[in-house]
Ligand binder design. Structure first.
Ligand SMILES: Cc1cc2nc3c(=O)[nH]c(=O)nc-3n(C[C@H](O)[C@H](O)[C@H](O)COP(=O)(O)OP(=O)(O)OC[C@H]3O[C@@H](n4cnc5c(N)ncnc54)[C@H](O)[C@@H]3O)c2cc1C
Length: 816
C-alpha cells in the first residue's frame, strides 16, 4: 500500500466505490479506497436493489436518472454484470390527493426529461397484476424503474475504478484522520499511515464514527428496515409466460409498500410507522455481514394493509425476512460535499438510496473535488444544508419522522412537527399569543401567518384556510404598516484591516460608502450566482473597517464554507456569523416612517434617511441598527438589535403603531408581497446554476469597479452573450390552486415544456395569481396574453409574462 494519495476514500460500499470511480473518470488517479473488511460489507450487500427516478427534489431526480443510465457504462468498462432488471414500475394512488401529487411529479418530469406517464388501473395491472383495483384511483408509470444486484453494482464501480488506475485495499481499517495544518490529512490505518491531499468519508453505517475521528458530529442515523422474500406465488410464472415480461415494480403509498418479482415469488418491503433506530449513539465496529432479527410485530400493521391491497400476498409463505440497517439524514437526502472550515475533508454520507443515487453522488463529489464545482444544482444533497444545531437527538427525532412518513405526502403548506420547537427568538411566545402559526426555518420557529383561534391550515395543494388571513396581512401592510420577524436571516460581520479589499473581491457589487447599503450578488468562478446578499458598510472611526452582510438563513453554513475557503491566511479579515446573537424586526408599509419617527428623535424623513441608508439609532433608548430597505417592495425599515432588546422593540412597535393600523405579518404574506414586486430569493430564483444575466441580478454586478471579483470575467462574457435563460414573472389564470414551484412552463400551445417555475402564489394586494420561473431568453419578450401555460395539478393554465412589477412599477413607494 502506498503511503501518499491525492484522495483517500474511506468505505467500500456502493457510495465509496462510485466516488472512487468518478474521481478516476474525472482524471484523478493517484487515489485509493480503504475498506475495513470487504466491499459491500456495510448496508450495501443486503439492499433490495430497487431503483427509480422520482424524488421530491427535481435536481436529485435528475441525478437519479443519471445513476440508472450509468449502469450500462460501468458494466461495459468492467465486464462485471450489475444484474439490472429494467421492469418498469407503477406508483399507485389510493385517493385524489395522492393522484394530484403523482401528477405534480409527472409534470416535473416533463422538464427534467423523465418519461413518466399516467396509466389507467387496467393497464397498470399489466405491469403488476396483484393489486386490488377497487383500492386505487389511478397510477403513473415510470419505464426506468427496476432492480439490480447490489453486489454486482458495487464491484462494477470498483473494477472500473481499478481499470482507470485507482487502488482498493480491503481489510484496511481507518482508525483516525488527523489534519496536518496545511490542508492535507494523515489517514491512520491498521496497515500504516497515508498522507492524503483529500479524505472522503463514505463510511455508510459507520460514517458518524468516521466523522468523529475528525471532530465532526454528522446529523445521520441508521434505521432498521425490513423486506420479505416470498415462496413461489401463484400467478407469477403464468404472468411471465403470458407477457414475456417480469412483474414490474409497484409502490402503494397508502399501504407503505414497495414490491416486485423475486424469482417465482415477490419481494415485499415496507416503511413502517413504528420505526426503530439502530444503534442511535455509536455503531459497533464488530458488526459485519449479518442481518438483524426480524420484528414481525412491528411491521404487522403495515402487512395488514398490504394484504388488503394485494390479496394474493396473504397466503404465500415467507422464504426469507431481511432486516438490515441503513443510514438517513434528517430529510432523507444524501449529505455530500466539502466540510466548512476543513480543507481537504469531504463527505458522501447519509445516502439512503445508494442504487438510485450513488452515481449522482459520485459524479457531483468528483466534479467538486477535481473541477471545483459539483457541476449541478445539488443543494438538496449538500452537507452544508444543516448546521451544528442539528444535534444527535434532534437528528433522531427527524429521521424517525422522515422514515415513518416516507410514503406520506408532504403538502406545500404542511409543517413537520418532530424536533420542534428547537430554536426560538425572544418574541416567540408573543407571536404565538397573537395567533402565529409557526413554521420551521433552518431549525428556527418562524411565524407563517396569523389566525384567530380555531382556524388551522388544511393541508392541500390548493388554496387553504390561510388564504383570507394572509390576504388581510398583505393588505394591512400595503395600506398601513406591518411588522415582520426578521431574525431568521443569516448575518455576518466582516471586519479587520483587509475587510474592504477582500469583500471587493468576493462581491460583484460596488461596495457601499459608510452608512449605506447595497444589493450584493456573489459569484463563482464560472460567473454563476453563489450568493444573494445585502451588504451594509458600518465602518466608523471607532470600529475601523466593518461590514454587515445579510443573506438567506438556511444557507449560513453554505456561505460560511465559501467565505472561509477564500479568506486570506494573514488574519487581516475576520468573518463572524452572528446568528441569533443579532435579532431583527422589519417594519414596512406607507405608515412605517411615521411609526419609526414616534420612537426616535432622529430625522427619518426621506432626506434625513434615504433609501439604502443604515445607521446606529436609539429607539426609545434601545440601541439598534436601522436600515431603510424592504423586501416587501414598500417603504420600509429593518431594525437590528441584540436579543435582549427584541421583545421591548416588538412591544414598542405595537404600542406606537396601534393608531396606524399595525399588524403582524408572517412569511407567507412576505412571499406574496415579494412576488408582486418581482423580487427573487435565494434557493428559489437565485441558485448556483444561473448567471446574473439570466436571473436579473446583472444590474447589481459592476463592470466598472476596479476590483477583479470572483467570476467577473465569466459574468462579463455571459453579459455580452446574453445567457440562455431568463427569469420571468407570469400572471396565471389559476382557479383555486396557484403554482408553488417546480411546475413546467409551455409556450404557444406546444407539447414540450420550455421552462420551469421557481416560486408561485397569490399576490393578494395585486389580486392576481403569480409565478416566477425560467424560460429561454428568446421567448421572454413574448408578452402576449396567455402566450404561456403553466401546468398546475395536471391542468395547463394560461400565463402571461408580466414585464413590469404588479405593484409600484416605478419603485416610488420604496424610494420616497
Ligand atoms: C434492508 C435494506 C433494503 C434496502 N433497499 C434499497 C433499495 O432497494 N434501493 C436502494 O437504492 N437502496 C436500498 N437500501 C439502502 C442502501 O443499502 C444504501 O443506500 C447503501 O448501501 C449505502 O451505501 P454506503 O456506501 O453509503 O454505505 P455502506 O454500504 O454501509 O458502506 C460503508 C462501508 O464503509 C466501510 N467503513 C466504515 N468505516 C470504515 C473505516 N473506518 N475504515 C474502512 N472502511 C470503513 C464499511 O465497512 C462499509 O463497507 C436498502 C438498505 C437496507 C438495509
Amino acid at each position: 500500500m502506498k503511503n501518499t494519495a491525492q484522495a483517500v476514500v474511506i468505505g467500500g460500499g456502493v457510495v465509496g466505490a462510485s466516488v472512487l470511480y468518478h474521481l478516476a473518470r474525472e482524471g484523478m488517479t493517484d487515489i485509493m479506497l480503504l475498506e475495513r473488511d470487504v466491499l459491500t460489507c456495510g448496508s450495501s450487500w443486503h439492499a433490495a436493489g430497487g431503483f427509480h427516478t422520482i424524488n421530491g427534489d427535481p435536481n436529485v431526480a435528475k441525478l437519479q436518472k443519471y445513476t440508472i443510465e450509468l449502469y450500462k457504462e460501468i458494466e461495459e468498462l468492467s465486464g462485471q454484470s450489475c444484474g439490472v432488471h429494467r421492469t418498469g414500475g407503477i406508483m399507485l394512488a389510493s385517493d385524489e390527493q395522492r393522484m394530484e401529487w403523482l401528477r405534480m411529479s409527472l409534470a416535473r418530469g416533463k422538464y427534467l426529461g423523465l418519461d413518466l406517464r399516467e396509466m389507467g388501473l387496467d393497464e397498470a395491472l399489466e405491469v403488476n397484476p396483484f393489486f386490488d383495483k377497487s383500492k386505487f384511483v389511478g397510477a403513473i408509470y415510470d419505464p426506468l424503474d427496476g432492480h439490480l444486484d447490489p453486489y454486482g453494482v458495487t464491484h462494477a464501480y470498483a473494477k472500473s475504478a481499478r481499470i482507470l488506475g485507482a487502488a482498493i485495499h480491503e481489510q484496511t481499517k481507518v482508525e483516525d484522520t488527523v489534519p496536518n495544518g496545511d490542508g492535507t490529512w494523515t489517514v491512520v490505518t491498521n496497515k500504516g499511515d497515508i498522507h492524503a491531499e483529500n479524505v472522503v468519508n463514505c463510511g455508510g453505517l459507520w460514517a458518524r464514527e468516521v466523522g468523529r475521528m475528525a471532530g465532526l458530529e454528522l446529523p445521520i442515523l441508521a434505521m432498521e428496515h425490513h423486506y420479505l422474500l416470498t415462496e413461489s406465488l401463484t400467478g407469477v410464472a403464468e404472468f411471465n409466460e403470458r407477457t414475456g415480461r417480469e412483474i414490474g415494480h409497484a409502490v402503494d403509498f397508502s399501504a407503505e409498500l414497495y414490491t416486485r418479482q423475486e424469482r417465482d415469488g415477490v419481494l415485499i418491503g415496507t416503511y413502517e410507522q413504528d420505526c426503530k433506530p439502530w444503534h442511535p449513539h455509536t455503531t459497533p465496529w464488530n458488526f459485519g455481514s449479518e442481518l438483524l432479527e426480524p420484528d414481525y410485530d412491528r411491521i404487522m400493521p403495515s402487512l395488514e394493509k398490504i394484504f388488503e391491497h394485494f390479496p394474493a400476498y396473504r397466503d404465500v409463505g415467507i422464504r426469507q425476512a431481511i432486516n438490515g440497517p441503513f443510514v438517513f439524514a434528517p430529510d432523507g437526502n444524501p449529505m455530500i460535499g466539502p466540510m466548512r472550515g476543513m480543507p481537504g475533508y469531504w463527505c458522501a454520507v447519509g445516502v439512503m438510496a445508494g442504487f438510485s443515487q450513488g452515481g449522482g453522488v459520485g459524479l457531483s463529489l468528483a466534479n467538486w473535488m477535481v473541477h471545483g464545482d459539483p457541476g449541478a444544482d445539488i443543494w438538496a444533497m449538500d452537507v452544508a444544508r444543516y448546521g451544528d444545531w442539528a444535534t444527535m437527538r434532534y437528528t433522531n427525532k427527524k429521521v424517525r419522522e422522515n422514515y415513518s412518513r416516507r410514503f406520506q405526502i408532504k403538502f406545500p403548506n404542511e409543517e413537520l412537527r418532530a424536533g420542534r420547537p428547537h430554536k426560538t427568538t425572544p418574541i416567540h411566545d408573543r407571536l404565538v399569543a397573537e395567533g402565529a402559526r409557526m413554521g420551521d426555518g433552518w431549525g428556527l420557529e418562524v411565524p407563517l401567518w396569523f389566525a384567530p383561534e380555531g382556524v388551522e391550515d388544511e393541508h392541500s395543494f390548493r388554496r387553504s384556510a390561510d388564504f383570507e388571513y394572509v390576504g388581510a396581512e398583505c393588505r394591512a401592510l400595503r395600506d398601513g404598516v406591518g411588522v415582520i420577524e426578521a431574525s431568521g436571516f443569516a448575518k455576518y460581520i466582516v471586519r479587520g484591516e483587509g475587510a474592504e479589499a477582500w469583500l471587493d473581491g468576493m462581491l460583484a457589487c460596488r461596495l457601499p460608502e459608510p452608512g449605506r447599503m447595497a444589493l450584493a450578488p456573489m459569484l463563482k468562478e464560472d460567473g454563476k450566482v453563489i450568493g444573494d446578499f445585502s451588504v451594509a458598510n458600518l465602518t466608523t472611526a471607532r470600529t475601523g473597517p466593518k461590514y454587515k452582510i445579510l443573506g438567506a438563513g438556511n444557507a449560513e453554513v453554505y456561505h460560511m464554507r465559501w467565505f472561509l475557503r477564500h479568506l486570506p491566511e494573514d488574519g487581516s479579515v475576520e468573518v463572524v456569523p452572528v446568528g441569533l446573537g443579532m435579532c431583527g424586526l422589519a417594519v414596512a408599509g406607507p405608515k412605517s416612517r411615521e411609526l419609526l419617527s414616534r420612537l426616535t428623535d432622529e430625522d427619518v424623513s426621506n432626506e434625513g434617511m434615504r433609501f439604502m441608508d443604515i445607521r446606529d439609532m436609539e429607539l426609545d433608548g434601545i440601541p439598534c441598527i436601522v436600515g431603510r430597505v424592504s423586501f416587501t417592495g414598500d417603504l420600509g425599515y429593518e431594525i437590528w438589535m441584540r436579543p435582549e432588546y427584541q421583545r421591548r422593540i416588538y412591544d414598542l412597535l405595537h404600542e406606537h403603531g396601534a393608531g396606524l393600523g399595525i399588524r403582524n405579518v408572517g412569511m407567507r404574506a412576505f412571499l406574496s408581497l415579494r412576488l408582486e414586486k418581482k423580487f427573487g430569493t435565494w434557493g428559489r430564483e437565485y441558485r448556483p446554476i444561473y448567471s446574473p444575466v439570466e436571473c436579473g441580478l446583472d444590474r447589481f454586478c459592476s463592470t466598472r469597479k476596479e476590483a477583479d471579483y470572483i467570476g467577473r470575467a465569466a459574468f462579463e462574457k455571459a453579459k455580452a452573450e446574453g445567457g440562455t435563460l431568463r427569469l420571468s414573472t407570469f400572471t396565471v389564470d389559476a382557479d383555486d390552486a396557484d403554482a408553488i414551484g417546480d411546475e413546467p412552463v409551455f409556450h404557444d400551445g406546444d407539447a414540450a415544456a420550455v421552462g420551469w417555475i421557481t416560486s408561485g402564489g397569490f399576490a393578494h394586494a395585486a389580486g392576481r395569481s403569480v409565478a416566477m420561473g425560467y424560460i429561454p431568453r428568446e421567448m421572454a419578450g413574448d408578452t402576449g396574453e396567455g402566450a404561456f401555460e403553466i401546468e398546475i395539478l395536471g391542468q395547463r393554465r394560461k400565463a402571461t409574462v408580466a414585464d413590469i412589477p404588479l405593484f409600484d412599477a416605478d419603485g416610488s413607494r420604496m424610494r420616497s
